[in-house]
Design a protein around this ligand. Sequence first.
Ligand code: SAH
Length: 540
Amino acid sequence: MKKGKIFVVGFGPGDREHITNRAVVALQESDCIIGYKTYVELIESFVTAKSIVSTGMTEEVSRAQDAVKKAEAGHIVSVISSGDSGVYGMAGLVYEVLIEKGWTEKDGIEVEIVPGISAINSCASLLGAPVMHDSCTISLSDHLTPWTVIEKRIEAAAMADFVIALYNPKSGRRTRQIVEAQNILLKYRSPETPVGLVKSAYRENQNVVLTTLAEMLEHDIGMLTTVIIGNSSTFFYDNKIITPRGYQRKYTLGEEKQSLKPHQRLKKEAEPWALNQETGEAKAGYEQSVKEKQEVSSLDMALKALSMVTKTEIVNPLFVQQAVEDIFEFAVSPGVANKFITPKQMRILAETIGETGTMEYTPDHRFIVKIPTNQPESIVERLKQNDLIVMPVSDVLNVKACDFCYGEKAESIPYAEEIAASLGGLKLPKELHIGFNGCGMACYRAVFDDIGIVYRKKKFDLFIGAKPVGRTAHAAQPVAEGIEPDELLPLLTKIIEEYKQNAHPNERLFKYFKRVKKIQYFNYQDMSSKIEVEPAPCGD
Ligand code: SAH
């Protein structure tokens, strides 16, 4: 006897554009298509099956039985589901019917599951990028699943900070489930958590609403809606919901939050929360923040009870702060010229950095500090009050100066400080160091900086374009001597502006100078060694 075949086809959200090629082929090859009538109507226009069986919504079992029977009689049958047939769709049911009959792949009819775009993905695409990180789908339909189980799953997902897509959130008769789900979620997540409501994605009455966990029930939610709830890092941007790929995002002074740069990825220091490969332990700071988060839920319950007793709403103050903190990164030093750090300043630094932050001493005579926090302003304030200079890191302008022989050659200190105040921290295509030396000895090695300035005979000498590191390192070239004090800052500003405007991203000043051959009115001369030396990357 000729055996038939069953395709279980997920046709995606509902429009022609988002159905896979394999699904179209399967539908076109089928003699018979079986599905819920609304779905059959969605695909009818592009299939030519001889027989189309559309059934009511609750007749899934008979649909599956019918399909098996027809295939056993030799027909090619497609059973259709919206989205993906394996996500609250017909695939499992078809297998259940087959299993009951003792079907095996070897001896039974052929079965092919054709994947489709599930609502979590189609709806997410209309919201921006809300899923992005670990996520789960939970169906709020308690027709086939006990509510106590659904409740537990919502609680577990909420607790574990999953992005959650709620399928079957509400129907004419089931209206309570979404209210309960919101209550559970509010125990673990901020009321401000971004929520997207997508109704009929890629269908005729498509409707997209951006709201928050607190306000989501004020909008229309129905059988055709998928509710996507962000995790603790999800944010709104330009009418979109975005969940970042990673948890901690770094921000530095005067800048928006920034993601890790490619070369910083996968470095141990950039991932303080990762499981330690040797000890199997996760870092204390992160555990702590998770623990605090769990405590929030009992605190929240207590506050709720208090609100009920006092009949006034008492809001949990901890929700304002997100459980997982960002890393605040900055550079700190005792001064542009001053190299002394006092015990009090050391103590303040240690207190500020605490157990979870790090402090790294760098060759530029400053500390790079990383602190998990959501309140960078108060940290900066405290350090500044204690006469510490706080500066952004990464690709910014940094001014360093010699100690002017402990202040004996103090004449030019104000110029160095003026340059630091005016240009320090400026965002540039690549990090740039201005080195400042108080006398012609230049013992602080200003000529090995991107820009070197040497104070000599009450005037300034200027050096541009050192390559400070590498096998092909070289000093900066002397471009001008005897610059008048009042001309120095305007000239530096012009050089920096020009570089900022015209350099490629990541192009250090010496490379830029070499490429364009002229900065302001200074011509490039080749300063590299006449002996051929191959540059070598790190590790080689
Ligand atoms: N198999 C389907 C899910 C079926 S359960 C899939 O993978 O997408 C039905 C639920 O799916 C609906 O209640 C709704 O929450 C969601 N859904 C399906 N199609 C949708 C669409 N086009 N727009 C929004 N939600 C949709």
